[in-house]
Write a protein that binds this ligand. Structure first.
Ligand SMILES: [Zn+2]
Length: 233
């Protein structure tokens, strides 16, 4: 249902892999319709890209990302895991001090399809005690429609933010340059792009992110965080 990279794709030729990634980027209108309460793209004709970073804060990956963003005067959105915020509060504060937006990514990185509704919602609530935000992204993109609806309601008031382009940086079987190509081939004005400030993604992230920032900056794009203004459009 949700366009998640399948492990079988790793064994396919790179061009086919890219085709699938492209295909997944194009196909979600039906998924978007089913998950109509979620944000998949920010409607804009301006040259703006919304970079997002999931799974931090991480003591190595997050400071790297913050440094890169600073080099291009770029703002982004960090979907933080509650337990990582608890473990690295100073890094979490730095994200906010640098003017980026933060989002809730549950406390324990739960899979919504495999977790009972009350357990899932409680876990989001635990993260919400540490992460002050109205943005939410479900780990793995896996969430039940009921859960999305509940999170929009009283006590949570969270808007679920999905994505337009997955960089694939979490995929240990591809190279950083492939992530870079995936992003530059698929991102356009208003796209929400997913990276991960995690240990697992760092080898690919550290290659792809500086190149993505350079490529789109040279083309006159601006990088912004997702905030109220964007979501009202
Ligand atoms: Zn995640």
């Amino acid at each position: 249902m949700i366009p998640i990279t399948s492990p079988t794709l790793h064994r396919m030729p790179y061009t086919f892999y890219l085709y699938i990634m492209f295909y997944l980027v194009k196909v979600p209108w039906i998924v978007q319709k089913i998950y109509g309460n979620c944000v998949w793209k920010i409607p804009t004709k301006e040259k703006i890209i919304y970079l997002t970073f999931d799974d931090g804060p991480h003591p190595e990956a997050t400071p790297f990302v913050l440094e890169q963003l600073k080099n291009y005067n770029a703002k982004a959105t960090f979907f933080c895991i509650g337990k990582n915020v608890k473990a690295h509060p100073g890094i979490y504060e730095r994200i906010i001090e640098d003017g980026h937006a933060v989002g809730n990514h549950t406390y324990d990185h739960l899979n919504g399809w495999r977790t009972g509704n009350s357990e899932y919602l409680d876990n989001v609530y635990d993260a919400a005690k540490l992460i002050r935000t109205n943005l939410f992204r479900p780990p793995y993109g896996r969430i039940k429609r009921f859960q999305v609806k509940e999170l929009m309601g009283a006590g949570y008031e969270l808007k679920t933010i999905m994505w337009t382009v997955l960089s694939g940086d979490f995929d240990t079987e591809i190279k950083g340059h492939e992530c870079y190509h995936t992003v530059i081939k698929n991102a356009e004005a208003g796209s929400i792009v997913v990276f991960h400030d995690s240990e697992k993604a760092l080898p690919r992230l550290s290659h792809a992110l500086p190149l993505v920032l350079k490529y789109f900056s040279e083309k006159g794009y601006e990088f912004r965080s997702i905030d109220e203004r964007e979501l009202k459009n």
